[in-house]
Design a protein around this ligand. Sequence first.
Ligand code: AP5
Length: 214
Amino acid sequence: MKIIMLGAPGAGKGTQAKQIADKYSIPHISTGDIFRANIKNGTALGEKAKQYMDQGLLVPDELTCDLVMDRIQQDDCKNGFVLDGFPRTIPQAQALDAALEKIGQSLDYEIDVDVPDENIVNRMSGRRACLSCGATYHVVSIPTKVEGICDRCGSEVVLRDDDKPETVQKRLTVYHEQTQPLIDYYKKQNILKSVDGTQPMEAVFEAITQILGA
Ligand code: AP5
């Protein structure tokens, strides 16, 4: 099953993608997590990506596409994958379609997690992220068991640099300009499915599993 998750920053793509990956035993591939891991490890890619991410801008397609194309050709993607945060531009979507076509495959579902902008800023200011294992929490709805410490790996959880309100506003603008056109792109391919992301997380997941099948 090859799935992509679309939605505004903070719509809950990552939260849902992790559960989809567990339920359907496919890898969860988050470009945001890949960039953050590179930043943490001080790689050249991380250094370049950080310049864009800190401003709420997209990392250029030429740094992003090859990375994803390599990743989806690895062995663990043979039975599919859930892509979270990619594609985010029309050229990225075209690169993905072309890479899959080359191996006689195509995407099965594009799940759009729909949340209005006014809900987003509040969600993001409460999000806490573990930069070691990628787990995400929320200070009100999913707090860590011990304040400031990741339940899963014991590292510190932090407010991401790009979750500050002014950067979130910029990310939302970039989303509407560069990523939202993908909704029409996938509508034309007849694989777009939209879920109401303002519902509680469990209800969002239920709606997604109804689309994907048990
Ligand atoms: P990325 O990490 O992908 O960020 P994003 O798309 O902005 O998405 P987020 O991770 O912020 O949110 P999410 O939708 O996953 O929400 P989450 O589940 O965490 O990318 C970061 C940056 O990297 C980009 O800005 C860009 O610079 C760069 N980048 C990445 N990919 C790129 C690409 N392809 N091309 C170019 N640049 C790229 O949930 C958010 C919070 O809400 C959490 O606290 C969660 O607990 C809570 N929550 C989730 N669901 C619910 C619910 N139903 N009800 C209440 N709270 C909820």
